[in-house]
Design a protein around this ligand. Structure first.
Ligand code: SF4
Length: 227
């Protein structure tokens, strides 16, 4: 499979935020979200066999640790990445899959924790979510909405309500989008949507969502790679 990078850091998002995690980032994406912070993964990287990827994960973390499969869009390499996830599970790892929601997820092993985006209007990739993926969700999965403004928030709030998502997954993450060229300040000044405004909207509407900040951008320089 084509791999952009493999590294160990703290998980920055989801209900696993703050835990040590090995990230396996696959090359390539078929979407172009306006706020994407991993455009470097669209091209390049290097070809690695399944055994080489497993070996690198094993070098960075012992069995039982957390591994996130991410991208780019990892499910573009479904034929290779599904067996990789199965082998990691067999090896005792807890496996997270970060995916755009545009690719079908039915073949993902059931024990993998899927963290699935639903793209909002101002991502530039609205209406790309594969609605069939709602049936692939398991109670341990998480759904993520990255929000740039009030329009995105209202879309996410209504999507959650229409599909009764609060009852179906472990967490619904509402995450303010970050300026993709942000560097320097390690605070929320680079958020496109003020987290305080988002917090107040969630409280006012009683949305069953978790406000999620990308904590790696508050710990390291937001422009830093490999963290
Ligand atoms: S799906 Fe992910 S990797 Fe692809 S453009 Fe959007 S944010 Fe970037």
């Amino acid at each position: 499979m084509q791999i952009s990078e493999i590294y160990k850091s703290l998980q920055g998002e989801s209900t696993y935020a703050g835990l040590a995690c090995v990230f396996v980032r696959l090359t390539g994406c078929n979407l172009r979200c306006s706020w994407c912070d991993s455009e470097f993964s669209f091209y390049g990287g290097k070809k690695m066999t399944l055994e080489e990827v497993l070996g690198e994960v094993c070098r960075l973390s012992r069995s039982g640790g957390l591994v996130e499969i991410t991208g780019g869009e990892p499910m573009l390499q479904e034929r290779e990445v599904v067996p990789l996830m199965a082998r990691l599970l067999d090896g005792g790892y807890r496996v997270l899959l970060e995916t755009s929601g545009e690719r079908p997820l039915a073949q993902v092993p059931g024990r993998v924790v899927k963290i699935v985006d639903v793209k909002c209007p101002h991502s530039g990739e609205a209406d790309t979510f594969d609605m069939g993926n709602l049936n692939a969700l398991r109670p341990h999965d998480e759904l993520k909405f990255v929000l740039s403004d009030r329009t995105d928030y209202e879309f996410a709030r209504d999507f959650v309500s229409t599909h009764n998502l609060g009852e179906r997954v472990r967490a619904i993450l509402f995450s303010p989008a970050f300026e993709k060229t942000a560097s320097g300040a390690r605070d929320t000044s680079h958020c496109l949507l003020d987290p305080r405004a988002l917090a107040e909207w969630i409280l006012a509407d009683d949305v069953p969502a978790r406000l999620s900040l990308q904590i790696h951008k508050l710990i390291w320089d937001p422009a830093a790679k490999g963290v």
